[in-house]
Design a protein around this ligand. Sequence first.
Ligand code: SAH
Ligand code: SF4
Ligand code: F3S
Length: 482
Amino acid sequence: MRRATLRCARETLERVTMNEPKKVFVKTWGCQMNVYDSDRMTDTLAPGGWEETSTVEDADLVILNTCHIREKAAEKVFSELGRIRRVKEARALRGETMVVGVAGCVAQAEGVEIARRAPVVDMVFGPQSYHRLPDLIDRVAAGARVVETEFPVEDKFDHLAPASRERTVARGLTAFLTVQEGCDKFCTFCVVPYTRGSETSRPVDRIVAEAERLADAGVREVTLLGQNVNAYHGPGPDGAAWSLARLLRRLAEIPVLARLRYTTSHPRDMGDDLIEAHRDLPALMPYLHLPVQSGSDRILAAMNRRHRRDDYLRLVERIRAARPDIALSGDFIVGFPGETEADFAATLELIEAVGYGSAFSFKYSPRPGTPAAAEADQIAESVKVERLARLQALIDRQTRDFNLSRLGMTMDVLLEKPGRRPGQLAGRSPWLQAVHLDAPVDLLGTIVPVRIDAVMTYSLSAVRLDAPAPSSRPVAALGGVR
Ligand code: SAH
Ligand code: SF4
Ligand code: F3S
């Protein structure tokens, strides 16, 4: 098996040097940052002749970009590797080769274990090594089995290739842009500080250049990403550390970028200037993901969230005072070690008090190496299941109420893609809701005023109020490429 892997890898390298088209299949789990990273990996491979394929059977190179946040997420990689092993063996019988790589947070956390458990894997590499990918492939081709989980000294963002204009256009009108990576918060349940390392912020000029490239390719909405995005403190062109608010103000000056969002924020880093940016910047959308995890002070302390329930509620009040139409979303964990029925009731009360537009909720999953996993008072699975169901019923009701509150409302919709029916386009409301309406295809990429005339379970339906003024149409987006 081992020899076969090496031979396969060499043949793949020969195809590389012969400049035949080679195909890479990437499967992505986890957060938006993994989505961004997967795109950067394929962008970095593209100059070497690698084309993307959506079928694993066609692939000369398979990359699984993995997530370690909960046990279920991490286990998925091993079941996927079982399937890939069979494909790799079938290809080998046909004389075709396949190099298999595992990237992402499982790779970072369990690099050696993956290499031990899954002989099908040729290379395991963590999130800080993506810029070295072409080199890692060469090393596999030269006979090495690669496990790369160091945090290298050079900045990967300086070495990852930007997307070509064509690739950006093909990806659509909205884009992610990572501005900050890693986390120093060490919540006691969370693996991210271990898998992504300590907090780093990219320099302002690089981010602005990347945003301008996106705008030039017609992108109209950018979501800034970071595990702790509002802790952003990257060096600005003036030599000072810029806050996220200052960065947003700068990006709002790029005219084609009509919509800005950012995620994920920690309540502790929601500074006054960021709240003021929500007040002042029309481009900053009135939708904020601000996870609180629990409504119980006891559990918040045990989680090391470093704020109390009242701090969060007061913060929400201040944000709403600055931007009254803002909708909040959140993350909740049920069944954290030691969570009593009273603690859980406090979480439900907090949800009632805040009123969320949407929220994600999870059963606590003990993660190896995190402090909470070692706690004695773990909660029974049946209790977690029951609490999750109650919490989700409440969130579902709030989401439904929020969507219903949009009925009859006038709002701007960014038209992003063809709709389900001919003559229809689909877009997003300022609050990230999917909206369908009748509109001609040449309006793709424009922002149109609409009135919501029906509310479905997962989307809104709307009618156009008027034809958009010519000035609201972006020059680049209509460049004939799309
Ligand atoms: N940086 C973000 C969260 C990143 S992880 C923040 O601080 O809010 C995304 C979500 O996954 C978390 O908000 C949390 O709700 C959930 N999560 C993280 N670790 C978990 C675990 N061990 N078990 C269950 N859910 C978890
Ligand atoms: Fe994890 Fe907490 Fe950091 Fe969020 S703030 S990434 S939950 S350690
Ligand atoms: Fe998962 Fe890593 Fe993101 S653990 S949630 S892919 S930072």
